[in-house]
Design a protein around this ligand. Structure first.
Ligand code: GLC
Length: 559
């Protein structure tokens, strides 16, 4: 793996290649910081915390949607792509936030949701009013139903969140929605749809945005020629570029057009695809320099805390990056999955709802089965390993505090459509990782805002509050700050070489400048040889002569 050294990433990040080994911090704006005390996080809230982000040491932030939205899917139901939700601020607030972040050397990535709009988007309202066969309906996917009076949906397809994928409108036609009913899919064969998104990309690029995260980038184009397959038939069709719904080759024509827009800016705007596809080869298409340029690699996010799985997935993804010329991306947590400290602290299936026949049943309560300390210990070890890898790393707000998933949310308090439609995400939905951050151990909503918080914060949040952790050198926050600062100093070429450890549960690699990373996935300490360089950071207890169980250390290059 050392034979092809791709690109030296400059430490100052001041080049068009800044993104290649960047640490990108995901902000879920409605749960980050609430400046106006309405219980919803907002853009002025982010602005008030830019020094926190600078001190944390991130290279960029990615903002989940902050656009006008009825919040049928946490903002991924966008009613207007070129504005700010009035509850979150104004475009002027947005500009001020970008300026403040840029002044601190932090880039800004925004989320683009091109597969579907909100049902409240002007286009969809127009489509409803205009009726069958209209140009307005052609921007979406409308069909006649089946059965004698058309009262049956066009197909038996299921939506990603559970339930049927077609919804009937007043005049009897049906529209297609991959996700919630409030998220009608756009018709990407329609030139007006294509043109409008180019305008949206220019709109945000002109406002100084540095890059884009593309929501479900593998779903946009579709082939819905009759006869439509049944869901059983659909399942059997290989996802090799010609599937009617997923990962079609023709989606890359869209991204080739987008790339022209990105490259018309100096420096070129970047993009990262959220593309859940079958193979690294399929993913590579999204990461192509003629397309979006980078694609999320979610492999470790779905892996166990296990040395063999980590080693295999790291090797595969670095090899893939060599082929595409892009850099790989590492992710352990985001707004769609159970936080990794909790994943690593729960016995398999505990705290999730599982389907037994047609019923969802609880497989155990996380609060009583969660090994809080063990989960966090393993999470810190995995994070420090990740931050030592070549490529860019995406962090999710709150993981730097060591936050666990919040389980104590009643059905009435939940917001995620996936919970109500009983579909994906273990049936529990994704609210548990979207609870507003604790900034202070005391005070209203733990310093999130002056009033309440839109999802309930548990009492144990006090222990994880920013102010409590900032002054504690052993806290997870102090650990993240040291790791990110050191990463800047140690950053080097985009390769690694595995070193033999003689143990299946210990991984060790060295970067081109001699920076070593050792992760002990097991419980027995791993002895370091006497001539190993100095341990400069440990994810757990101090380590000198040996690496304790479930711990990662970084060893500085010897001069
Ligand atoms: C992506 C987002 C998720 C959203 C879905 C529909 O997977 O990450 O939060 O629900 O797309 O937009």
């Amino acid at each position: 793996m050392t034979d092809a050294l791709v690109i030296e990433t400059p430490a100052d990040q001041e080049t068009p290649a800044w993104w290649r080994q960047a640490v990108v911090y995901q902000i879920y704006p409605r749960s980050f910081a609430d400046a106006n005390g309405d219980g919803l996080g907002d853009i002025p809230g982010i602005l008030s915390r830019v020094d926190y982000l600078a001190e944390l040491g991130v290279d960029a932030v990615w903002l989940s949607p902050f656009y006008p939205s009825a919040l049928a899917d946490g903002g991924y139901d966008v009613a207007d792509y070129r504005d700010v939700d009035p509850r979150l601020g104004t475009l002027a607030d947005f500009d001020a936030m970008v300026e403040a972040l840029h002044a601190r050397g932090i880039r800004v990535v925004v989320d683009i949701v091109p597969n579907h709009t909100s049902n409240l988007h002007a286009w969809f309202q127009e489509a409803l009013a205009a009726g069958r066969g209209s140009a307005a309906r052609d921007r979406y996917i409308f069909r006649e139903g089946t059965g004698p009076d058309g009262s049956e949906p066009p197909t038996d397809w299921q939506s990603t969140f559970g339930g049927g994928a077609w919804e009937r409108v007043e005049d009897g036609q049906w529209y297609f929605h991959h996700f919630a009913v409030e998220q009608p899919d756009l018709n990407w064969a329609n030139p007006e749809v294509r043109e409008d998104f180019l305008e949206t990309l220019r709109f945000w690029s002109d406002r100084g945005v540095d890059g884009f995260r593309i929501d479900v980038a593998h779903m946009l184009t579709k082939d819905l020629a009759d006869p439509l397959p049944s869901s059983v038939e659909l399942e059997a069709i290989p996802r090799d570029g010609n599937h009617p719904l997923f990962d079609r080759d023709d989606v890359h024509e869209v991204y080739a057009e987008w790339r022209k827009v990105f490259n018309s800016y100096d420096p070129p705007r970047t993009a990262v695809a959220e593309a859940w596809v079958e193979t690294p080869e399929r993913r590579a298409k999204y990461a192509s320099a003629d397309g979006l340029g980078q694609a999320f690699n979610f492999d470790l996010l779905v892996a166990d805390f296990d040395a063999t799985q980590f080693r295999t997935l790291i090797t595969v993804n670095l090899a893939e990056a060599l082929v595409t010329g892009s850099s790989t991306t590492w992710v352990l947590s985001n707004h769609d999955v159970t936080r990794h400290a909790t994943r690593y602290g729960l016995p398999p299936l505990a705290g999730r709802r599982v389907k037994q026949g047609t019923e969802w049943v609880a497989a155990g309560g996380p609060e009583d089965q969660l090994d809080r300390e063990g989960g966090l210990r393993r999470a810190r070890a995995a994070t420090l390993l990740l931050l030592g890898l070549p490529g860019s790393t995406y962090l999710y707000q709150g993981e730097e505090l060591g936050l666990h998933e919040v389980a104590a949310i009643t059905a009435e308090q939940r917001q995620d459509p996936a919970f109500f439609r009983g579909g994906a995400f273990d049936g529990l939905g994704r609210d548990g990782c979207r609870v507003p951050l604790p900034w202070t151990a005391d005070g209203a909503s733990f310093g999130f805002g002056s009033a309440g918080s839109h999802l309930p914060q548990p009492a144990w949040f006090a222990e994880y509050a920013v102010d409590a952790e900032a002054s504690d050198p052993a806290s997870t926050l102090s650990f993240y700050r040291r790791a990110l600062a050191l990463r800047h100093e140690l950053q080097t070429g985009e390769t690694l070489e595995w070193l033999e450890t003689g143990r299946e549960d210990v991984l060790r690699f060295v970067r081109p400048n001699g920076w070593q990373v050792v992760t002990n996935f097991g419980t027995e300490p791993f002895a370091l040889d006497a001539d190993t360089g100095a341990v400069v950071l440990s994810s757990g207890a101090d380590a000198e002569a040996s690496v304790p169980g479930e711990t990662t250390v970084w060893i500085a290059p010897t001069a």
